[in-house]
Design a protein around this ligand. Structure first.
Ligand SMILES: [Zn+2]
Length: 364
């Protein structure tokens, strides 16, 4: 099984810091890979990267998208003694923050190393021992001794911060990295774009690498409003439920294949979700069977992607969330299995190219 190309893309993408709203370096990388493969691409005013592969106009058009951004922080205050206070940007897991290695991206695009301070254990009281520190009480230590020094290094209020980019092998098939959510999706979509270019009879496919998903879940909306595709397929992680702490949360295992979401919902302040279009559920079910790919099913609350908003655009767009199993979401070390990415790519390729005159989005 050749997963080398996906792994190379994923490796390169995980080592780029690209907070929501600051996706430029991720986009430059993806754009240059598209250019290398003769795939014309454009960037919209929000920073979404779009590559349209024209096809048979009699078939429903498809938008295939994955988000480029990652969660993190912005600086909200610089203390006189050089410590840095932060504001969260996205679904940051507070219980996994202290002692983390971070990077601040300064105004020249340089990575400035920092750590999130963790109170010295020897001075920790019994009360403090089992408490999670809130973001408002955390501080970043980047080795500066005063505010002036921070500012002189091109760091100011608003500067973006992410986990220190990393990418490591785990065992023979898995990798642990920062922002596997959703650079793994980007790696898969990039590979598919290359394959679709040489495929003759297929629908028009808009390949989109989107922005600000971790921030407001709506960065891709202007693209959908502009392109008005008939179908939108969103690629992102699915919560793997095979770790000791996730049993009973679902039936998704790392290494057992790509996943299809039948239900997502988020009720905490957002109130949205996605129930996929039945024709798309059939399309992926049938192509998984035909190509001997095990397709895992997800139905879960507490998770939401931008397809929930895309489905409401224009006259309505038939949407579905496809993805790969992933452990430890939003932590600094997210884990996925490269074989799942490879199988996800194949499933998407076969499914999209199987859309023909018999494929219908009509209800009933
Ligand atoms: Zn994501």
């Amino acid at each position: 099984m050749n997963v080398d190309q996906i792994k190379k893309y994923l490796h390169d993408l995980c080592l780029i810091s690209g907070l929501s709203g600051y996706e430029d370096e991720v986009r430059k990388y993806l754009s240059s890979q598209l250019d290398t493969n003769k795939l014309k691409n454009t960037t919209d005013v929000l920073g979404n990267l779009i590559c349209t592969l024209s096809g048979n106009d009699n078939l429903p058009s498809v938008m295939l998208f994955a988000h480029m951004d990652q969660l993190g922080f912005v600086i909200k205050k610089i203390e006189d003694n050089g410590f840095i206070r932060i504001e969260r940007l996205g679904g940051v897991p507070e219980k996994a923050l202290t002692s983390q290695e971070m990077v601040i991206v300064n105004n020249k695009g340089q990575y400035i190393n920092a750590v999130i301070g963790n109170k010295s254990h020897h001075a920790t009281t019994i009360d403090e021992k089992y408490k999670v520190s809130l973001v408002k009480d955390l501080f970043l230590d980047a080795g500066f001794s005063n505010k002036k020094e921070v500012l002189e290094n091109g760091i100011n209020i608003g500067s973006p911060i992410t986990y220190l980019p990393s990418f490591n092998d785990i065992g023979s098939n898995c990798v642990a990295g920062t922002a596997i959510d959703d650079r793994a999706g980007c790696a898969v979509v990039l590979n598919i774009a290359k394959r679709l270019l040489h495929e003759k009879n297929r629908p028009t496919v808009h390949i989109v690498f989107s922005v600000q998903e971790e921030f407001n879940l709506r960065g891709v909306l202007p693209v959908a409003q502009n392109l008005k595709p008939d179908v939108a397929i969103q690629i992102d992680l699915m919560l793997s439920s095979d770790t000791p702490d996730m049993i009973n949360q679902g039936d998704i295992f790392l290494g057992k294949g790509p996943c299809m979401s039948l239900y997502s919902f988020h009720g905490r302040g957002t109130l949205n979700g996605l129930i996929p279009h039945p024709s798309l559920v059939n399309l992926f079910d049938e192509n998984a069977k035909k190509n001997n790919i095990n397709l895992q099913r997800s139905a879960t609350s507490g998770i939401l992607t931008d397809s929930s908003y895309v489905q409401l655009v224009d006259k309505g767009i038939a949407c579905i969330d496809l993805g790969f199993p992933m452990r430890y979401s939003h932590s600094s070390k997210e884990v996925c299995d490269l074989r799942d990415l490879f199988n996800l790519e194949n499933l998407l390729f076969h499914s999209i190219t199987s859309i023909d005159e018999n494929f219908s989005l009509k209800r009933n």
